[in-house]
Design a protein around this ligand. Structure first.
Ligand code: URA
Length: 231
């Protein structure tokens, strides 16, 4: 990291609410929070390794749900390091993602990139996917039948990447992955065992664009993610 990048990194950390930095090693030695079991089915044995390319081929030019008739430009499968320790799961592609075929490339995506960089990683270090692979019209919430058809492919992606930590971005991803109706305000701040990983729910970057004061909580979540990755 050069001087300019460091300055930008510190500026963003300050924007997230970081009041200062310390080189004291004690600062790094906080115990990770106790893990709570997820309410969804736990992963009991490691799934056989399936490359992401096989999952993409299985998905094909998908017509399993109505979204293929509702104006999607293309499927947005996922992007990043296929062996990442850290995976982010969002809700569904928006307009920019639909055009580019890459998750989180719009305004919310640019903020996600900054959040990733704030813990010393690059986008290429992590894997990013969504619960739903096609853009819902007008960015409406995905519907249950769409989730039901699409989520098996996300589960296969998780089994393929085998991340140590999964960050669920926002209410929809967190509730879907954890099979719960609990509000994000109750889910964030906790961790869950999930399919062999630790799942950390946090606020969606699009929510942060509307509610910048919540960046502080996301920064807390990302510090926890960093500790979990180091542990
Ligand atoms: N919001 C999401 O949940 N996913 C994207 O890919 C972009 C915006």
């Amino acid at each position: 990291m050069d001087r300019d990048q460091l300055a930008e990194h510190l500026r963003f950390a300050a924007e997230l609410g970081v009041a200062g930095v310390s080189r004291d090693p004690a600062w790094r030695r906080r115990a990770p929070e106790a893990l709570e079991p997820a309410r969804s089915e736990p992963c009991t044995s490691p799934a056989p390794l399936e490359p992401l390319s096989t999952i993409l081929s299985a998905l094909g030019p998908c017509t399993r749900c109505k979204l293929h008739t509702l104006g999607r430009t293309q499927i947005v499968f996922g992007a990043g390091n296929p062996n990442a320790d850290l995976m982010f799961v969002g809700e569904a592609p928006g307009a920019d993602e639909d055009v580019q075929g890459i998750p989180f490339v719009g305004r919310a995506g640019q903020l996600l990139t900054k959040i990733i960089e704030a813990i010393g990683l690059a986008r290429d270090d992590v894997y990013i996917a969504n619960v739903i692979k096609c853009r819902p019209p007008g960015n409406r919430n995905p519907e249950p039948d769409e989730v039901q058809e699409c989520e098996p492919f996300l589960f296969r992606q998780i089994a393929s990447v085998r991340p140590k930590v999964i960050v669920a971005l926002g209410k929809f991803a967190a509730q879907t992955l954890l099979s719960t109706d609990d509000p994000i305000s109750r889910l964030r701040g906790r961790t869950f065992e999930y399919r062999g990983a630790t799942l950390v729910p946090t606020f969606h970057p699009a929510y942060l664009l509307r509610n910048p004061s919540s960046k502080r909580e996301v920064w807390e979540d990302m510090k926890l993610v960093r500790r979990l990755l180091q542990s």
